[in-house]
Design a protein around this ligand. Structure first.
Ligand code: ATP
Length: 224
């Protein structure tokens, strides 16, 4: 452990398929950086998402779009670690890697929208996530936190009431935050592209150029 790891600013990671990355992801990421005083936030594309059909768009292309989107914002970085592993992209394995990179004392957060949280009980070793990181849940338009069941109980048992609590220990708490709601989804963007309509202003212009140049999301087969 480095001498100042316990006092260093927290870091966080937002995983997803990013198929493609859009302004809902980016605005949430930036607001988290500022609200929580994060040193950086890793945007981590999933290579082989275990809980949904494999995206037709290759992981390398999705990661390239994340790189384009964060260029010029040093507090957001594209993390390609799941592209460097074979097999299912288990989040718990990625968190173990981040924990090892940052050392045992650094406050580390795993960010997820509440739609992802509703599926959490199906994740590989989901209860172990808190051994490595805090969970930061962001409210998302149209979605609610689970009201009952194992994830609801687990949330209640580990709830943190303030962003300050995130700095006090490296892992183990759940913080729920409401950020600026932007009702944008990658599903909608793919549907616009498929329909030959413009997705401009829903995602960064360089990402849109990348999609148009490579004619991504044109076919019905690219719908996931
Ligand atoms: P799809 O529509 O293909 O399911 P998506 O837009 O939900 O994609 P993902 O890559 O699956 O994007 O999302 C990664 C993470 O970002 C998830 O935790 C998700 O909840 C969150 N997220 C996605 N869109 C938004 C948004 N508009 N506002 C806040 N969080 C979001």
């Amino acid at each position: 452990m480095s001498a100042n790891a316990a006092t260093a600013s927290p870091v966080a990671v937002l995983g997803g398929t990013f198929n493609p990355i859009h302004n809902g992801h980016l605005r949430s990421a930036l607001e988290l950086v500022e609200l929580l005083g994060l040193e950086r936030l890793h945007l981590m594309p999933s290579a082989n998402p275990p809980h949904r059909p494999a995206p037709a768009c290759p992981a390398e292309c999705r990661a390239d779009m994340v790189e384009l989107a964060v260029a010029g914002e040093p507090r957001l970085i594209c993390d390609r670690r799941e592209l460097d592993r074979s097999g299912p992209s288990w989040t718990v394995d990625s968190l173990a890697g981040l924990r090892s990179d940052y050392g045992p004392a650094r406050s580390l957060g795993l960010v997820m929208g509440c739609d992802a949280l509703l599926r959490l009980a199906g994740w590989h070793r989901w209860r172990a996530l808190l051994d490595y990181a805090h969970i930061i849940v962001i409210a998302r338009p149209g979605w609610q936190l689970p009201g009952d069941g194992p994830v609801a109980d687990w949330l209640a048992a580990h709830r943190m009431d303030s962003a300050d609590a995130l700095r006090d220990r490296p892992a183990g708490g759940v913080l729920t935050l409401e950020l600026r709601p932007l009702d944008i989804s990658a599903t909608d963007i793919r549907a616009l592209c498929r329909a030959g309509r413009s997705a401009r202003y829903l995602l960064p212009e360089p990402v849109l150029d990348y999609i148009e140049t490579r004619q991504l999301y044109r076919d019905a087969a690219d719908n996931n």
